[in-house]
Design a protein around this ligand. Structure first.
Ligand SMILES: Cc1ncc(COP(=O)(O)O)c(C=O)c1O
Length: 306
């Protein structure tokens, strides 16, 4: 399904029409993957459109840029405002938001420094990432033959465009083999994450998730689940997870701004628990949806109203 166009895209401080938002084929990013980006959602709430965890996403964008020595020519506050303004001018009450910081057009050597750092913010309507009934019934996934990026190669804490070539290998292999998504291990063989999601495992009422050292993105939805678990008195352990924990788990679920909280009902055709969304997944999911839709009181200040 083609992307649903919006009206305007914010490019380096100006709004341009969706169809005119172009970059040159010789921009550094096109050749070397020189970009860092974010993906967040704006949800419809009774108080209007609410940008979910805007500050956290923009902070991670700037963290990613810092790792790659990209001086963003705007402040975090300016990017926050640009995102809110882009949602406003496109008159969307809910959407996906994609800010991208990239190296533009000047020279084409590997050395990125001579090239300008450019920024754009695109927003569009986007449905459920892993399919409509995934949130309720769960998805069938496999463990990928591809590992996640090794430490000290491409930094996993940076959400950079180039990392997603690895994600694409994981995703394509899963799809070609009839699965919805793949879970990658780190280079030691421990569980890392999905191609675009963090992962949690439940066994005997305890929640487990791989630590940041296991080549995972520091997910913002992951952080929400950790916060909810603490509030609900669910024990949370961040530790390296052997692959076979996935098969022995009572529940497994993905988290992500795109995937939200999506249960996993089988891994490598081995049924997870009862083969459907488990009770802890459901409890966390309910809390998450209550907060993002503005139904529950936002005691964390996670929604910024557009
Ligand atoms: C590789 C990867 N891991 C995890 C996540 C989940 O992160 P977040 O919850 O911040 O969207 C994403 C999505 O951005 C991702 O691309």
């Amino acid at each position: 399904m083609a992307l649903e166009k919006s009206d305007k895209i914010w490019m380096d401080g100006e709004f341009v029409n969706w169809d005119d938002a172009k970059i040159h084929v010789c921009a550094h990013v096109v050749h070397y993957g020189t970009s860092v980006f974010e993906g967040m959602r704006v949800y419809k709430t009774p108080k209007g459109a609410g940008a979910f965890r805007l500050d956290a996403h923009v902070r991670r964008l700037f963290d990613s840029a810092k790792i790659y020595r990209m001086d963003v020519p705007f402040t975090q506050e300016q990017i926050n405002d640009a995102i809110l303004e882009t949602v406003r001018v496109n008159k969307l009450e809910e959407c996906y938001v994609r800010p991208v910081v990239y190296r533009g057009y000047e020279e084409l050597g590997v050395n990125p420094f001579p090239n300008p750092v450019n920024v754009f913010v695109a927003v569009w309507k986007w449905g459920k990432y892993l399919g409509k009934d995934a949130l309720e019934n769960g998805v069938d996934v496999c463990v990928s033959t591809w590992s996640r990026i090794a430490p000290n190669t491409l930094p996993a804490l940076a959400k950079c465009g180039a990392n997603y070539m690895n994600s694409q290998l994981i995703k394509m292999e899963a799809i070609v083999n009839g699965y919805v998504e793949g879970i990658a291990t780190d280079t030691l063989g421990y569980v890392s994450e999905g191609s675009g999601e963090n992962l949690f495992v439940v066994r005997d009422g305890v929640l487990y998730t791989p630590p940041l050292g296991a080549s995972v993105l520091p997910g913002i939805t992951r952080d929400c689940v950790i916060t909810f678990a603490e509030e609900m008195g669910i024990k949370l352990v961040e530790q390296v997870l052997p692959r076979e924990m996935l098969y022995l788990a009572d529940e497994v679920f993905f988290t992500g701004s795109a995937a939200e909280i999506s249960p996993i009902r089988s891994v490598d055709k081995i049924t997870v628990g009862a083969g459907k969304r488990g009770p802890i997944t459901e409890k966390l999911q309910k809390r998450f949806f209550a907060v993002i839709t503005g139904e529950a009181d936002d005691r964390y200040g996670w929604l910024t109203y557009v």
